[in-house]
Design a protein. Structure first.
Length: 436
């Protein structure tokens, strides 16, 4: 209810946002309400784009529909994770040499749109293996643009939205995107044409949404900010290793985050599993997209309140939910009633969506709370790089799937999630991470 009120108040041109700003300059404060609305619209469009044509559900579904080998499917999310995180150490330095940074997000959005559009002729005209490899290469470019945009977004957010409004904005972006995703999922099953045509339409729709979200972001009124010299990625890495060796709590956090990473890349494997059990029908895709939308809508308030108490417990609880999702999904393998399989998998999708959102919120909140301002970027860059590199090894799950089938992979994800429960439990509380 509170989120809906926030959403309505913003769209109703509530000017209370720009009356008294504490953390941004007065000139930026005057445009705070306008920037809030533009950022919200950008978030609604981009969040929907991520679900309408993203690497977590629709792209793996498309690859499965055209007969791409399973080992290629296994690399979709690991590559997305790796190339969203690793380039940030290089691009962040360049971005901070720019006075105006919103254009970086805008250009990145157009690049993501172009990558999606190029996936369509690849899927139509190439062999399944060639199409799969082509999509993976385009996904690398897509993910690099996404990671670059993420750095620019944080900087622009800090320059244009007052500190007391940022959490509300991020929550409203997720809420709006979730509502639109639910609506899109309900519409998909009613579209005319075959499943492949529907998938191509979704990819085009996703590209259009990235363009729209880019235009909204470009409309933000940003004033030139402080320009800093670019950070040396090698020195940043060396500093990160020093912190890793110095603080046991940071090592435990990083081990836990690496274990939890399986949850963040699990959805494509659930999509593969669902398509194996139920086929690649557009009705099934629409229902599973709706389930992801539901998890988006309920995850923000659900995890937000929990993270206020302890982000460590959020990560533990998220891993437990991931275990429950895997158990439920594997049970569906043995069910004979078609409706029961649908109901079980839909619930599993909601659960894994909740778990993924909890892990992301928990790990981000934990590191923000645990690290001092002067070293925050180093802790973040080092942990992102470590997870990005190790994410590539998760692509081997696709090779395993060719031997065990999709049910075997879901069982492995469940087992690894159980390990993540214990890894997260070994973390100190955020306030104690840097204590001897």
């Amino acid at each position: 209810m509170r989120k809906t009120a926030v959403f309505k108040s913003v769209l109703a041109d509530d000017d209370s946002l720009d009356r008294a700003c504490k953390s941004i300059p007065e000139e930026a404060c005057r445009h705070s309400a306008r920037n809030y609305r533009a950022n919200l619209m950008n978030g609604a469009a981009s969040k929907l784009a991520e679900q309408a044509a993203g690497p977590n559900l629709v792209i793996p579904w498309l690859l499965q529909a055209i007969g791409t080998p399973v080992w290629i499917l296994g690399f979709v999310m690991p590559l997305k994770q790796t190339f969203s995180l690793l380039p940030q150490m290089v691009t962040a330095g360049y971005i901070r040499t720019l006075g105006i940074r919103k254009t970086v997000w805008t250009v990145s959005g157009f690049i993501q749109a172009l990558c999606l559009l190029l996936m369509i002729p690849s899927a139509i005209y190439l062999t399944p293996v060639q199409a799969g490899i082509s999509v993976l290469l385009l996904l690398i470019v897509f993910s690099t643009a996404s990671g670059t945009a993420s750095v620019a977004f944080q900087d622009v957010l800090g320059k244009t939205i007052d500190k007391g409004q940022r959490g509300r904005l991020l929550s409203s972006r997720a809420f709006a995107g979730g509502i639109l995703t639910i609506a899109a999922g309900l519409v998909i099953g009613r579209l005319k044409g075959g499943s492949l045509i529907t998938l191509y339409m979704l990819v085009v729709f996703g590209a259009v949404l990235w363009i729209i979200s880019s235009l909204f972001f470009q409309s933000i009124k940003e004033y030139p900010g402080a320009v800093k010299g670019g950070r040396n990625a090698f020195r940043e890495t060396a500093a990160g290793f020093a912190l890793f060796r110095q603080y046991k709590g940071f090592r435990q956090y990083l081990y836990g985050r690496i274990a939890l990473n399986i949850i963040e890349i699990a959805v494509p494997f659930y999509a593969f599993y669902a398509s194996e059990l139920l086929g690649t029908s557009k009705a099934g895709l629409g229902l599973f997209m709706t389930a992801i939308g539901v998890s988006q809508v309920i995850s923000s308030p659900f995890w937000g309140r929990a993270a206020d108490e302890t982000s460590r417990k959020v990560m533990i609880q998220s891993a437990l939910i991931s275990v429950a999702a895997a158990v439920l999904a594997v049970v569906c393998y043995f069910l004979t009633d078609h409706l029961a399989v649908y109901a079980g998998l839909l619930t599993a999708f909601v659960l894994i969506g909740l778990a993924e959102a909890g892990v992301r919120l928990g790990r981000k909140t934990y590191l923000v709370d645990a690290t001092p301002a002067e070293n925050k970027s180093t802790f973040t860059a080092f942990s992102n790089s470590a997870v990005g590199i190790l994410s590539l090894f998760a692509g081997l799950l696709g090779l395993l799937a060719e031997k065990t089938g999709a049910a075997g992979i879901i069982a492995v994800i469940g087992a690894m999630s159980l390990i993540a429960v214990f890894a997260a439990a070994r973390m100190p509380e955020a306030d104690d991470m840097l204590k001897d």
